[in-house]
Design a protein around this ligand. Structure first.
Ligand code: FPP
Length: 229
């Protein structure tokens, strides 16, 4: 079985999951956090080395303040409560995006979990917060320009990206049947396999991960070359 090194998830459908049940959207996000835990655990069991999740995009600031506050509350709580467990299980937590704009207590819990898990190597869990692909590319270009560069190599550009220490995603999964990238990993997705799953994000679990891996087995990745068979 081909096991992907890196799977990136666009977690979509929390709001619809809640609406279908007549519940507030924030309950959908809460269920979304539970689904996230199941997915991370299943990926560890399968031997995946990096899991990325799109948890808050630069465009998500346009949502109602109540929903934004609830999301950052959940992220803060998650980073606090998982710290011990992740340290024991060798999970390294990293973040992509401009975290300096997040609520202070969220920034504090993020700093702590990064620091305490930095030497772990079972799985890298990359949480994208206040992130967008275009913003990441701009950030890299502006940093390179301010360092005085006139032109750059592909390697130098990669080194200036938030994702500099991560392999490109082998698979980008989006839940809820939507088929778009929504400004996620625009540079890193050059050779990613796209898998669109109809299930809403809160319904994801280890069986969904099995299904994704099954689909991946039938993808012929050629990276611009020709097939060997
Ligand atoms: C998209 O569904 C989901 C989000 C914008 C937020 C996802 C965040 C979480 C699951 C919490 C993350 C927590 C941690 C710990 C990383 P939507 O609200 O757009 O759903 P809809 O399209 O059905 O309305």
């Amino acid at each position: 079985m081909k096991i992907p090194n890196h799977i990136a998830f666009i977690m979509d459908g929390n709001g619809r999951w809640a609406k279908k049940r007549g519940l507030p959207r924030t309950v959908g996000h809460k269920k979304g956090v539970e689904a996230l835990e199941k997915v991370v655990n299943a990926c560890i069991d399968k031997g995946v080395k990096v899991v990325s999740v799109y948890a808050f995009s630069t465009e998500n600031w346009n949502r109602p303040k109540l929903e934004i506050d609830a999301l950052f509350g959940m992220i803060t709580e998650f980073t606090r409560t998982k710290l011990k467990d992740y340290t024991v299980r060798g999970i390294k937590v990293v973040f992509m995006g401009d975290t300096t704009k997040l609520p202070q207590e969220c920034q504090n819990s993020i700093k702590t979990i990064i620091e305490k898990t930095k030497n772990n190597n079972t799985l890298t869990f990359n949480i994208c917060l206040n992130y967008s692909g275009r913003q990441e590319i701009l950030y890299a270009v502006n940093n390179l320009l301010s360092s005085g560069k006139q032109s750059v190599t592909e390697q130098e550009l990669k080194q200036a990206m938030f994702s500099k220490d991560l392999p490109d995603p082998d698979i980008i999964v989006r839940s809820s049947g939507e088929m778009r990238l929504s400004n996620f990993m625009l540079y890193e997705c050059a050779y990613s396999e796209f898998i669109f799953v109809d299930d809403l994000w809160p319904d994801f679990d280890s069986k969904t991960v099995d299904k994704i891996l099954d689909i991946y087995q039938n993808r012929d990745r050629r990276f611009g070359a020709i097939s060997e068979d």
